[in-house]
Design a binder for this molecule. Sequence first.
Ligand code: CA
Length: 223
Amino acid sequence: MRILLIEDEKGIADFVLKGLQSERFAVDWANTAEKGLLWAKVNPYDAGIFDIRLSGGQDGLSILKEVRAKGKIFPVIILSVTSDAQTKIDALNLGADDYLTKPFSMAELTARIRALLRREKKITEQILIVGDLSLDTRTHVATRLGRPIVLNRKEFALLEYFMRNPGIVLTRNMILDHVWDMNADPFTNTVDVHIRFLREKIDDGREKKLLKTVHGYGYKLEE
Ligand code: CA
């Protein structure tokens, strides 16, 4: 799950980035309105967090307005220091899905993002199951035949993406777009390398293989 964060204050951005990354989200941080607007238009995000007050240029609400006018429908949470009712109403009318007043706790922001993703039907359950493999998205623990499998952050994010799209062939580009942030180099074999590590953990030594290579296209996870 990949998130766009538009926030010009480094301190707040660092706090949010750290919190979201520890929840295994891939995050692109735009520190200016220009960057944020551009990335929102060109990248396939699963959710966005836009601060209203940005130094210079556009504010978060006018970015949201342009993004929605472009037909981008990913859920957006607006951050603001003001709890003024009119600003909240404006934000919701412009297409915001939620509104959070600073200061906020990371636990609340994460819970709201998960709620929005659930509403978008991207996340419907907290425990994902494919065959004898299960993944708890709250504790980040996978189990196969009841035996726990320890995953690092990237392996968790990869497996979560596969488990939310069971039986569907996912290309390297799709995987890069949803599991990596924009710092990933599309010309390396990083996806294949991480898939190899993931496969070792979930499939090696097991009779039934779940993570399959679809030659010329990508990979799929299925029973
Ligand atoms: Ca700000």
